[in-house]
Design a protein around this ligand. Structure first.
Ligand code: PLP
Length: 442
């Protein structure tokens, strides 16, 4: 068969309504700073940092130059039994940025791989200490931890799980923390909900026994299921219970890492040090695929020291772990974040952003608005019998007006690049407000 350039058939798109998309495609062909450019030459304001990843804005010069230079110098270096300097430099830097005694870095290529890696490290750690019976994993309802088998097992999105069989055999889930009756229209961390962490002890540990549980994994702020903000004291409580029973606590910071909530990590924002942090997305500013697990010293040491000298200690890794283009992009992204003080900027802009997004409470069908740092969720009342349709229509109307938003169910998520200006925040909220008004008439 002869390939045809203008055909859309062959590409089976991920997490996309393929037939609807191919009937009315939306194509980006360029991007710079806060904007995309469509194939018909329209500028679109990026209200979602691509897919929560372009934290410093698009095609930033330092990152572009670093990747160009790297690909000319060395395109690839084997990940196993060989190294290259940038991978070590970046790991040292991430270890310094990470909270507490988190000081080791295991590279992979995506958030999904980071999650599966963290779960495997948790199992390897317990086994190295002679507690290999600890193999129950605890996730949370409405959690998203990527699309791998490990990630969908601990994840709590029914649609992502239902077609794929029995998944990991021993998993349980905490309740999610969102209750519109108790915490609707909260600004920042809601006061209600810390007690939901107690279910880890009163139900899950009571059922499985702590001696069988390996780890608890949560997104400190759940992004993909519609911006669920951690209640005040909730993550602290999870930490206490995990400590009491010897469970590892994993924060999945694939979205929250690199300034989304202000400080570099959500762990810093709430003052809780987990045992591992999964990262991806913003680490390279979305430029080159990359993920990593940041690991506490004791976990690393237990696994590494349990193997005989000269032997591979952890039988895990990827051809592209620490790929030179990814590490070059990441080093340059961290330089950009630092030079432009973007995390501080996010923190300073957050109150303005909060004020602006909450003005949308007057718009038709809005039943909740919640926010933290430079992220917000706007929840719409679903049309009877047609869940997700209203938000999807609003998404299409935003796109027509020149704004990219992300929707999940009937929730619209905003997570603009940290370089957004106040005037662009006003523009974003203006376009979204108009789209909601129009969607309300349909
Ligand atoms: C919290 C979280 N974990 C994991 C992932 C998966 O990342 P990736 O799509 O890079 O595999 C995502 C993606 O949105 C995420 O939000």
């Amino acid at each position: 068969m002869k390939p045809q350039d203008d055909k859309l058939d062959a590409y089976w798109m991920p997490f996309t309504a393929n037939r609807a998309f191919k009937a009315a495609p939306r194509m980006f062909v360029a991007a710079k700073d806060m904007h995309y450019v469509t194939d018909d030459g329209r500028k679109v304001l990026d209200g979602t940092s691509g897919l929560w990843c372009v934290n410093a804005g698009h095609s930033r010069p330092r990152i572009v130059e670093a990747v160009k230079k790297q690909v000319e110098t060395m395109d690839y270096s084997p990940a196993f039994q060989m190294g290259h300097p940038s991978a070590f430099r970046l790991a040292e830097r991430l270890a310094h940025m990470a909270p507490g005694d988190i000081d080791h870095v295991f590279y992979c290529n995506s958030g999904s791989e980071a999650v599966d890696t963290a779960l495997k490290i948790a199992l390897a750690y317990h086994r190295a200490r002679g507690e290999g019976h600890r193999n129950v994993m605890v996730g949370r309802e409405r959690g998203y931890h990527g699309a791998g088998f490990g990630g969908i097992s601990v994840g709590g999105i029914p649609a992502n799980r239902k077609a794929f069989g029995s998944l990991l055999p021993r998993v349980d889930h905490l309740p999610h923390t969102h209750n519109p009756k108790e915490n609707a229209f909260s600004r920042g961390q809601p006061a209600w909900g810390a007690h939901l962490a107690d279910e880890l002890e009163t139900r899950i540990i009571a059922l499985h026994d702590a001696s069988n549980i390996a780890a608890v994994i949560v997104e400190p702020m759940a992004g993909s299921t519609g911006v669920l903000i951690p209640p005040q004291g909730y993550l602290e409580r999870l930490r206490q219970i995990c400590d009491k029973h010897g469970l590892l606590l994993i924060f999945d910071e694939v979205i929250t890492g690199f300034g989304r909530l202000g400080p570099c990590f959500a762990a810093d924002a709430v003052g809780v040090v987990p045992d591992m942090i999964t990262i991806a997305k913003g680490i390279t500013n979305g430029t080159v695929p990359m993920g990593a697990v940041l690991v506490r010293r004791g976990i690393h040491d237990a696994v590494v020291n349990s193997a005989p000298p000269g032997m591979v200690e952890l039988f895990h890794g990827y051809t592209y772990s620490g790929h030179p283009l990814a590490t070059a992009a990441a080093e340059a992204a961290l330089d950009t974040f630092e030079e432009e003080e973007l995390f501080k900027r996010a923190q300073e802009l957050a109150p303005y952003f909060e004020q602006a997004v909450h003005t949308l409470s007057e718009m038709p069908n809005v039943i909740d608005i919640r926010n933290m740092g430079l992220v917000a969720g706007i929840e719409l009342e679903s049309k009877p019998g047609k869940p997700a349709e209203r938000a999807y229509n609003a998404f299409l109307k935003c796109f027509e007006k020149g704004l990219l938003v992300r929707t999940t169910g009937d929730i619209i998520a905003l997570a603009p690049p940290l370089i957004i200006s106040k005037a662009q925040i006003d523009e974003l909220v203006g376009m979204l407000g108009d789209a909601l008004k129009e969607a309300g008439r349909d």
